[in-house]
Design a protein around this ligand. Structure first.
Ligand code: GLN
Length: 483
């Protein structure tokens, strides 16, 4: 890429603070980049150009010496996060034209910090998927190879950064939806600890699993954004009343003596050799930086996928019961109220969402609840215990993110199980509620590979410090697709 504008948050922030350029100029630069490459990538569902320029001018007018590092910095937001006055569709036809009357807490916090939203990003319908192909609107293409998917469900959030259309974005992660697309698009992404970031105003998928998190090129940029969006919110009962540390101060570049565990179960059968090689090289680089690397075991890993595919659909079936064509979105006309609800849900939910609702309703129904849902919750406890035992020995776990690089558009769309399997390395972390960071760590057959680092609950500082130290020693995060 040969942009003449800063492509990272840190660089943009420094240029703005130094008065080298205004937020209005920077926002215009990003809008022209969008004009040039968005027709190929299609990361956005809504572009709010006018609004962004107005906010940028306001940011310029209100800049002070102690402004937030995000002041005047453009970014974009996954379309499952509510934005006051701006359509929020969750990639679903059932929310076509829905305009929330309020902002999610994360949006409120970003705006209070002076960040400038460029618009809303495409995703799998209600964040169910791993390729962004289940969006009811259009598919998003991988900036490294437009024939391939960007991953999902936050495919738009990963692609927008990789394509240079925004220096950062927000996504959500229920089973891997930040980390897998970050890996497949060669950018960095962070799923914070469950409870670290408020979910108020996030359209719920799996309420015990969902977390909002940032995408950017570098761990250092993620630290800036996390510092703004993290923290207790009385409007989200699951947000943790734990103080937010200074994540930037944690980036010392120093990881000597850090104990890194490599769980053997994560090098799954069928993993592409190029992915395994890049991951192992990245782990070796951590060792070169002074970390102590040991092999560990998370014995219940193989149960994570079936456990997730009971719990997540069960929660989804309950959460999605509210879409009846009465309270949100358009209504399909019918003879009776029941007809209308049935027609609206039948026609406006896509195939994957209907599949999840059916799976979830079945798992929760009387007579099956104990056999499926309750049992899955019990296995979830065992999976969580695996992590607790590993973290008694090590500080961080290092694993592959996705068993494959970005796959071809259409390749897995008709094979739900193959699609579900792309998340084997990310799902267990949501079940356990741990934080997890992905950083680009190389290429396999010309396509990006991401290293996944997993930490103890609320140890985002350790993850960011490790990712940042790795990025000071490597240059994978500086590679840009030839778009
Ligand atoms: N791909 C997984 C699913 O379809 C995870 C999605 C997510 O994290 N939102 O459920």
């Amino acid at each position: 890429m040969t942009e003449r504008y800063p492509t990272t948050v840190a660089a943009a922030s420094a240029a703005l603070a130094a008065g080298e350029l205004s937020s209005a100029e920077l926002t215009e630069a990003y809008l022209s980049r969008i004009e040039a490459v968005e027709p190929t990538v299609r990361a956005f569902l809504t572009i709010t150009a006018e609004r962004a320029l107005e906010r940028a001018r306001r940011a310029d007018a209100t800049r002070r010496a102690d402004s937030s590092p995000l002041h005047g910095v453009p970014l974009a937001i996954k379309d499952v996060i509510c934005t006051n006055g701006v359509p929020t569709t969750c990639g679903s036809a059932i929310l076509e034209g829905f305009v929330p009357p309020y902002d999610a807490t994360v949006v409120e916090r970003l705006e209070a910090a002076g960040a400038v939203s460029l618009g809303k990003l495409n995703c799998d319908e209600f964040a169910m998927g791993s390729s962004t192909e289940t969006s009811a609107y259009h598919i998003t293409r991988n900036p490294w190879d437009p024939e391939r998917v960007p991953g999902g469900s936050s495919g738009g959030s990963a692609a927008v950064v990789a394509a240079g259309m925004a220096p950062a974005s927000l996504g959500t992660d229920t089973g891997g939806s930040i980390r897998q697309p970050a890996a497949l698009c060669g950018v960095s992404g962070l799923k914070p600890t469950y409870g670290r970031v408020s979910r108020y105003g996030l359209v719920a998928f799996g309420s015990s699993l969902d977390q909002i998190g940032p995408f950017a090129w570098t761990a250092a940029d993620l630290a800036l954004i996390l510092g703004v969006i993290a923290g207790h919110d009385p409007r989200d009962g699951t947000s943790a009343p734990i103080p937010v540390p200074d994540y930037r101060a944690a980036l010392t570049g120093e990881i000597r003596g850090l104990r890194v565990g490599v769980p053997r179960e994560y090098f799954v059968e069928g993993m592409e050799p190029g992915v395994e090689a890049a991951t192992r090289e990245a782990i070796a680089a951590l060792k070169d930086l002074g970390a102590d690397v040991v092999e560990v075991s998370l014995p219940h890993t193989k149960y994570a996928l079936p456990t997730y595919y009971i719990i997540a659909p069960a929660e989804a079936s309950a959460n999605l019961a509210r879409y009846d064509g009465v309270r949100y979105g358009p209504r399909e006309p019918g003879e009776t109220m029941w007809d209308e609800i049935e027609l609206t849900r039948g026609r406006r939910f896509g195939a994957e969402v209907r599949r999840r609702i059916m799976l979830g309703t079945y798992a929760l129904s009387a007579g099956y609840y104990d056999a499926y849902y309750k049992r899955a919750q019990q296995v979830r406890t065992l999976i969580k215990r695996d992590f607790e035992e590993a973290f008694a020995q090590v500080d961080v776990l290092a694993t592959p993110t996705s068993p494959t690089v970005a796959f071809k558009i259409g390749q897995k769309l008709d094979d739900p199980l193959a699609m579900y399997l792309t998340d084997v390395c990310t799902l267990p972390i949501n079940l356990a509620g741990m934080p997890s960071l992905v950083v680009p760590c190389g290429f396999s057959e010309g396509l990006p590979v991401g290293l996944q680092l997993i930490g103890r609950p609320f140890a985002e500082e350790t993850l960011l410090r490790t990712g940042d130290a790795y990025q000071r020693a490597t240059d994978w995060h500086t590679r840009r697709p030839a778009l």
